[in-house]
Design a protein around this ligand. Structure first.
Ligand SMILES: Nc1ncnc2c1ncn2[C@@H]1O[C@H](COP(=O)(O)OP(=O)(O)OP(=O)(O)O)[C@@H](O)[C@H]1O
Length: 253
């Protein structure tokens, strides 16, 4: 591994995605530093979701390359990429609504990359699993709701549960797709605190429209507009960049 690859968990070069000739992401070069919180912002239609879909390999790039931990993953399928430790969160559909909160976390722990567990294992591994379920529920503030049916939780609490099921996979790189969207102030604060606490020992890339959250959490910010990188830097750098101000004012946000 080169020195740059050791410092950067993700290295993207010349990444382009065209849909019927329209470049949703165009010639993007992006490095994500290990153990940083890296935010991707930009007006509607800037290409943020497409970029997430490219690096998680939901979409195959039209051009360019993607490295994860120094390995070229450009031609890998999404399941392989997830097994490498790149996990995307905030897909509420991933929650089983008829199961309890604790059962949802337990199932996530039994997935590949979660705690290795089989039903024929001993009671001691069962209790290890229960301990980990309780730890994860405590981490997201759901310990009081462990036996409630997941489908009946309020929206903000479902988000917290989804966070717990994602953390169960112990991702090295966590991709958060608008983690605070649709949440009330109290839940936004809870999720922000959670992102901060889980960022201590992993890398996070997040697409986030709430710029005050970006300002508080992100070490580095990439601003996309019309599929291209417009600016990159700290919040104070990008928020004072005239090109960024123009893109936001000139855009539809
Ligand atoms: N599957 C697709 N087929 C055709 N065009 C697409 C497809 N996916 C995205 N696009 C187009 O690519 C552009 C970028 O879309 P994308 O969803 O990546 O932007 P975004 O920055 O995530 O926007 P938002 O903040 O509104 O979610 C848009 O013009 C969109 O219409």
């Amino acid at each position: 591994m080169t020195r740059a690859a050791a410092d950067n968990i993700v290295e993207v070069r010349g990444l382009t995605k065209r849909f019927h000739g329209f470049a949703a992401v165009s010639n993007v070069d992006l490095d994500v530093r290990r153990r940083s919180v890296h935010a991707l912002i930009g007006p509607n239609g800037a290409g943020k979701t497409t970029f997430f879909n490219l690096i998680t390999k939901v979409h195959q790039p039209s051009e360019g390359s993607i490295r994860f931990n120094g390995d070229d993953i450009t031609n890998e399928d999404p399941a392989h990429v997830a097994r490498r430790g790149m996990v995307r969160s905030f897909q509420i559909s991933a929650i089983f609504p008829r199961m309890t909160v604790a059962e949802n976390v337990r199932i996530a722990l039994q997935r590949p990359k979660g705690i290795s567990f089989h039903f024929w294992r001993s009671d001691s591994s069962l209790s290890v699993l229960d301990d980990r379920v309780d730890e994860l529920l405590a981490a997201v503030g759901l310990e009081q709701m462990r036996d409630k049916t997941a489908g009946g939780l309020p929206y903000g609490r479902k988000r917290a549960l989804e966070f717990a099921t994602t953390l169960a996979l112990d991702p090295e790189l966590l991709l958060l797709d608008e983690p605070t969207s649709g949440l009330g102030t109290e839940d936004v604060e809870r999720i922000a605190a959670l992102i901060r606490s889980v960022s201590a020992n992993r890398t996070i890339i997040m697409v986030e429209h709430n710029l005050s959250i970006v300002a508080r959490l992100a070490d580095r910010i990439t601003v996309l507009a019309r599929g291209k990188i417009l600016a990159e830097g700290t919040y104070s750098e990008v928020s004072t960049d005239p090109r960024v101000i123009e893109a936001y004012i000139g855009g539809d946000e």
